[in-house]
Design a protein around this ligand. Structure first.
Ligand code: NAP
Length: 334
């Protein structure tokens, strides 16, 4: 293996990254798989890049227990893959900083100003948005009240609190069905509550759940209300989506996996997006704002996997290189 260091750090007498300043060739927002892959490629491309991340690097990997669909790894824990990706990006000079971005504004001269909660202002002619998304709330009564007291959006974080208990998972996508299977290692019984009569989850994930004796699927049901007492959640109020029949389900935990809201609100100018808020890009991952690229879960696409996130990020980083070269030669606006 050979290492290329970032031009900012290849000088052994260079100041540490924190003292280098806040002007870059490209700012990458979010250090999930897409952000870390973009950083690796930008480092290899000798771009001055910074990754701004509000938490520790990893994004959704940190909420995923076991990963079995990332080539090269038959099975790897999400946090372990996150660590490997961060280490790999750093080997190529990635400057990953813990900063919570609050706004991204493109000035008339084409330079982006990226402001963070610490009051810092980072600037660059290109930005790659890899900020992923946040779990969608069901929006039913009791959900907010019992959040953290029975209601959860992260099986890996909270599963162990439900040893021997009866719990529910709401949703029918990959996340819901996969996490229901995971939760049976703690819970005695896991109900999957799904509003239709078939899952959206991939076949292999479904099969595993169907063969798990601790899982029971309540097809055609939706949650009307989450009810509890001072200790926390005690039951769900359900409605049959076909007959309208109401019922009660006694559970002490409810894990909600009903989708994902793309984190795109940071950008203050209008960007073209679909009705659900996912960003529309061209085949270079460029959004409708020149110099603003998007990669990973916040982009419109058929599926959102780790593999698609890193694929997007590779394209985005290489497109940024070409964009900056064209900009230098005066071939782009701004
Ligand atoms: P998703 O695929 O969008 O599935 C969301 C599920 O929640 C759907 O079954 C949907 O029902 C249901 N739902 C949505 N709103 C609801 C509501 N208000 N009430 C009740 N149910 C509701 O989301 P996801 O599972 O979070 O996955 C997001 C992306 O990540 C997908 O592309 C997925 O393939 C990917 N992912 C992949 C893996 C993996 O491959 N290992 C793991 C996790 C996620 P309907 O089906 O009726 O619409």
């Amino acid at each position: 293996m050979f290492y290329i260091r970032n031009p900012m750090t290849k000088d052994p007498f260079a100041p540490p990254p924190d003292e280098i300043g806040t002007e870059f060739d490209v700012i990458i927002i979010g250090a999930g798989p897409a952000g870390m892959c973009a950083a690796m490629y930008c480092g290899r491309g000798m771009l001055r890049a910074v990754v701004l991340e509000r938490g520790i690097p990893g994004g959704e990997l940190l909420n995923t227990e076991k990963i079995e669909d990332y080539p090269g790894f038959l099975s790897i824990l999400g946090p372990d893959l996150a660590e490997k990706m961060a280490e790999h990006a750093r080997q190529f000079g990635a400057d990953i900083r813990m900063e919570d971005v609050v706004s991204v504004v493109r000035r008339d001269d084409g330079i982006f100003e990226v402001a963070t909660t610490t009051g810092a202002m980072f600037t660059a002619p290109a930005v790659i948005l890899t900020a992923g998304g946040t779990p969608t709330r069901l929006g039913v009564s009791g959900e907010a009240e019992y959040a953290g007291r029975g209601v959860s959006y992260c099986a890996v974080c909270d599963g162990a609190f439900f040893k021997g208990e009866t719990i529910a998972v709401i949703g029918g996508g990959d996340a819901a069905v996969e996490e229901a299977d995971y939760l049976t290692r703690y819970a005695e019984k896991v109900y999957i509550i799904h509003r239709r009569d078939e899952f959206r989850a991939s076949r292999v994930v479904q099969e595993r759940a169907f063969f798990n004796p601790k899982i029971e699927v309540l097809w055609n049901h939706r949650v009307l209300e989450m009810v509890g007492d001072v200790k926390g959640l005690t039951r769900l109020n359900l409605e049959h989506t076909v007959t309208g029949a109401k019922s009660d389900l006694a559970v002490t935990g409810a894990f909600v996996f009903v989708g994902f809201m793309p984190n795109t609100g940071l950008v203050k100018q209008h960007i073209v997006h679909d009705p659900a808020g996912y960003l529309i890009t061209n085949d270079r991952m460029e959004t409708s704002i020149p110099g603003l690229f998007a990669a990973g879960d916040l982009r419109v696409q058929l599926t959102r996997q780790i593999t698609t996130a890193v694929g997007d990020a590779t394209t985005a980083a290489i497109a940024v290189e070409k964009f900056l070269t064209a900009r230098k030669s005066g071939a782009t606006s701004g």
